[in-house]
Design a protein around this ligand. Structure first.
Ligand code: LLP
Length: 429
């Protein structure tokens, strides 16, 4: 039985003697030690992705700011920090995570449409590297807070270049109808306004047009568009040091042809055309998605009694552990951990124990399954664990980081005591 053989080639999960491994560690061994469900990540895959991206930009002065929202586990932040990454954050919580691993606040970019006054103050006091400002009101608020604190805020304005990223509507952000950024015309006004204010140091222009982008054109169009603004500003005497292109670099989940990062890097170099600018990018998914799997065990098989009915494999992971299939109809490959199953392949919907019909991880998958088998849900290193919830009072799954033939639990399984504590404290029990 060679099912699943080619489905995992682009991921960190590999079969060694018919048994699925991350690096040299067998997933069965991890399941025996930490239980299921569990997220498992590969150190070497994460490292290789980072290096690949950095190498694609060797001829361009650049800085990679890892987008913490994709996977905010401290061990992963620590790894990217050791590789030289800065960070892109969207909340004071994410900033606290960066600080917890000893990240340099000056290497952090603060994005997001709704920064609260508390968050702005926290970031200013920490010495944040740059605010990506998304509206006039936000700019005014940052000015006022910086004046109050007697400090200078580094600022880039986020421009919405009205470019179609050709991706799922929930993760497209660069169109006029999206809530993100300001138009180029508004940006020009905001730059003129901020240039007059001593509490603001204008350092760059920012944009981010969406996520899971696999065609280079939208990314390059956005770059060209914000460069025009940069050149206009330069003619007005407003000199910027960086261009931030955001994240969004697509990966393979199924049979997509992912963005060719080297070709993209070469085109970026050409478009920048030797301008004295630092390029910043904020990748999340590209670095982490295929570095991780969600390991889960089959609890029950419900085989249809009529041929037109569905077969269900009820596993111990659910939509609270991995929301992407339910929320975006996202496709994640599911493959057996042991390839030598004696079961007959059947078509299964792979579903969780949650009381919702929308609780599924995958539909219509042909797999040889027996109860108690382990399966791996692939490409779940980005927007997996971070989107988990406690729905149905389920504890969040642990996270495990593999390095060669060793592995470490980098987030323990959440217990029922962890969950009840916040309420029992209040009720005076
Ligand atoms: N920078 C900004 C301003 C962003 O909003 C995002 C993602 C990124 C960088 C990183 O994008 P990436 O390189 O990971 O594509 N939950 C969705 C994805 C939401 C992305 C939100 N913003 C999913 O599971 O597909």
């Amino acid at each position: 039985m060679t099912l699943g053989h080619s489905k995992n080639e682009f991921t960190a999960a590999k079969y060694l003697q018919d048994e699925l491994h991350i690096e040299h560690t067998s997933l069965s061994k991890i399941a025996d030690t930490v239980g299921t469900p569990a997220y498992v990540y590969s150190t070497s895959y994460l490292t290789d992705q980072y290096n690949q991206l950095s190498e694609a930009l060797t001829s361009t002065p650049h800085q990679i700011h890892y987008s913490v929202k994709a996977n905010s586990n401290l061990a992963i932040l620590s790894l990217f920090k050791s590789l030289g990454a800065g960070f892109d954050i969207v909340s004071s919580g994410e900033l606290s995570r960066v600080l917890a691993v000893g990240g340099d606040p000056a290497s952090v970019i603060f994005s997001g449409v709704g920064k609260s006054t508390e968050e702005i103050n926290f970031a200013l006091k920490a010495g944040i590297g740059c605010f990506n400002v998304e509206s006039r009101s936000e700019l005014l608020r940052i000015m006022a807070q910086a004046e109050l604190l007697g400090c200078v805020a580094n600022v880039a304005i986020r421009v919405n270049p009205n470019v179609d990223a050709k991706t799922h509507p929930y993760i497209a952000t660069g169109l006029k109808e999206n809530k993100f950024g300001v138009t180029k015309e508004q940006a020009l006004e905001l730059y003129r306004l901020a240039a007059e204010n001593p509490a603001i140091n204008l350092t760059g222009i920012d944009c981010h047009i969406g996520s899971q982008i696999n065609e280079p054109e939208p990314l390059l169009q956005a770059l060209t568009s914000i460069l025009e603004l940069r050149d206009t500003l330069e003619r007005e005497g407003i000199n910027l040091q960086h261009i931030d292109l955001g994240g969004g670099f697509g990966v393979q989940y199924r049979d997509e042809v992912p963005l060719n990062i080297n070709d993209w890097g070469a085109s970026v170099g050409q478009i920048l055309g030797g301008r004295d600018l630092q390029l910043r990018i904020e990748p999340g998914r590209f670095l982490t998605a295929n570095a991780g799997v969600l390991l889960t065990r089959v609890e029950y098989l419900k085989v249809a009694d009529e041929p037109e009915h569905k077969n269900f494999a009820v596993v111990d992971a659910a939509m609270n552990d991995l929301l992407r299939p339910s929320l975006y109809q996202a496709w994640h490959e599911v493959i057996p951990v042991k390839r030598s199953s004696k079961a007959q392949p059947l078509e299964w919907d792979i579903v969780g124990p949650i009381c919702e019909s929308g609780d599924f991880l995958a539909k219509d998958r042909v797999l040889p399954l027996l109860e108690n088998d382990l399966v791996a849900v692939l490409s779940t290193g980005a927007y997996g664990s971070v989107l988990a919830s406690n729905y149905n009072t389920r504890g969040r799954a642990p996270e495990v980081l593999v390095d060669g033939d060793e592995f470490k639990v980098v987030r323990r399984r959440e217990t029922i005591q962890d969950q009840l504590r916040l309420e029992l404290d209040q009720a005076g029990h």
